[in-house]
Design a protein around this ligand. Structure first.
Ligand SMILES: C[S@@+](CC[C@H](N)C(=O)[O-])C[C@H]1O[C@@H](n2cnc3c(N)ncnc32)[C@H](O)[C@@H]1O
Length: 437
């Protein structure tokens, strides 16, 4: 098996083995794969990586795969398609919603019928409760916002809870599509022409802005529903009996024991938040507000539960007094010379990440595998070696590192530069740890 060959190469000189997962798992097409693309999400894992490890036979007889930072559910979908029980956690309720919808083997006829009913009802309705969306007057013409509210009312009044979730996801994608937000940037930023752009690029932007002004949310919703129904159809063909995920927590630092087998899970596959580089909460704020998962006035407090957050919540300061390994303490001294806040945020990130690693280790079965995908970014011009930090933490927990692979990041979804204090992540490490028996 290929993985055994990689392990053999790695054990020789313990240098990360260079791979290209797109070529390794070439039968998965980049782009429109099954239900992977039903909704945008920042820093999605390459499905090829999840697919590779789910099919590596590393789980013994027990068909459980845990992803405590599930995001949009890439690992969960690959696991459920392969007939495993996917156990997930994420601090972001949008992530949990997407993961559940992606893994549900919906009845296609029911979805088509419900689309018709929801759209017809929305066309008849004249009023709907106002939904508080941060900066909504910037993103929408008044009429477009009102039409979205009416559409949302029609979805909310649909009686089947599981089916309703599918349409909430389609609605959220619609609300983003018909907004003035730049579709190429994860966080909400106004789409504008720029002198630096080519004439052709600026023309496309102007065309899109004109389209948005006259947008008909209901038509767009109808189109998105049908595209997503085709995706469910493709996933149903692969595994019509796939199991819907089991949510085990909303915090990777504390996973519920009830839903996890007492002997532990044989396989954990996860991509933790990237240190101070991802804006998970800001980039999903529009959806969180529209779906009333988090109201505008609670976004900041909500961000406080997220590891790798952009801001430093004062009320969680107690953890920041703890010490890190000396190399990281030295790095933070350097960072604090430029930006004390970033040093504090980075410390918090590393300490909280370690708590989550300990928790996933405790839920892994003896002899089980933990696969962690992570990239190193820069903080104030200094590389934060998160991969080495994780390796050390896992070793301290008694794990053996069996394999480290390294792949280039080509997807734009992962490339994120945090103003002047962080850099673009260009490659990611895929680390395989074995828990002691
Ligand atoms: C790199 S993303 C995971 C992407 C995912 N693999 C995918 O394919 O979409 C990291 C995730 O960690 C989540 N996260 C941040 N803090 C968390 C916490 N305390 N507990 C659980 N999840 C958390 C973020 O909401 C984000 O979805």
């Amino acid at each position: 098996m290929l993985i055994e060959e990689f392990k053999r190469i790695y054990s020789r000189d313990r240098v990360p083995v260079q791979v290209d997962f797109r070529k390794l798992v070439s039968w998965l097409k980049v782009g429109d794969q099954l239900t992977h693309q039903i909704h945008p999400y920042p820093a999605k894992l390459l499905p090829h990586i999840a697919h590779f490890f789910v099919h590596c036979n590393m789980h013994g007889g027990e068909k459980y795969v845990l992803d405590p930072f599930c995001g949009s559910g890439t690992v969960a979908l690959e696991a459920s398609l392969a007939g495993h029980n996917a156990l997930v956690a994420d601090a972001n309720p949008l992530a949990i919603l997407l993961t559940r919808v992606k893994t549900t083997p919906y009845n296609l006829e029911q979805l088509r019928e419900a689309t018709k009913r929801i759209v017809e009802r929305a066309a008849r309705l004249r009023t709907a409760p106002e939904i508080l969306v941060v900066n909504s007057e910037k993103w929408y013409a008044q009429d477009v916002k009102r039409r979205l509210e009416i559409l949302l009312r029609s979805i909310k009044e649909y009686d089947d809870a599981e089916i309703k979730e599918f349409f909430l996801v389609c609605f959220s994608a619609t609300a983003r599509k018909v907004s003035r937000i730049d579709p190429a940037i994860a966080v909400p930023v106004m789409l504008r022409t720029k002198d630096a752009f080519s004439e052709q690029q600026n023309l496309r932007i102007l065309e899109r802005l004109a389209w948005v002004e006259a947008a008909r949310p209901l038509d767009e919703f109808f189109r998105i529903c049908h595209a997503n129904i085709s995706r469910v159809e493709a996933a149903n063909k692969v595994n019509p009996g796939r199991k819907v995920v089991n949510v085990v927590s909303n915090d990777a630092r504390s996973l519920s024991s009830d839903k996890i087998p007492p002997a532990g899970v044989p396989l954990v596959i996860t991509s933790p938040p990237y240190g101070t580089a991802q804006k998970y909460v800001r980039s999903s704020s529009l959806s969180l507000n529209w779906l009333e998962l988090v109201p505008p006035h609670r976004l900041a407090e909500f961000e406080g539960h997220s590891i790798g957050r952009e801001h430093s919540p004062a009320y969680r300061n107690e953890i920041s007094a703890q010490a890190l390994p000396s190399a990281y303490e030295s790095l933070l001294v350097e960072v604090s010379r430029t930006n004390i806040l970033r040093a504090h945020i980075t410390r918090q990130y590393l300490l909280e990440l370690k708590v989550a690693l300990k928790e996933m280790h405790s839920k892994c079965a003896p002899g089980g595998r933990i696969v962690i995908v992570i990239g190193n970014n820069e903080v104030c011009g200094h590389t934060l070696f998160t991969n080495e930090y994780i390796s050390q933490a896992m070793e301290d927990l008694g794990c053996q590192d069996e394999l480290v692979l390294v792949d280039q990041i080509k997807s734009r979804g992962l490339l994120t530069k945090r103003n002047k204090t962080a850099s673009v992540i260009a490659k990611e490490f895929i680390m395989v740890f074995k828990k002691a028996k």
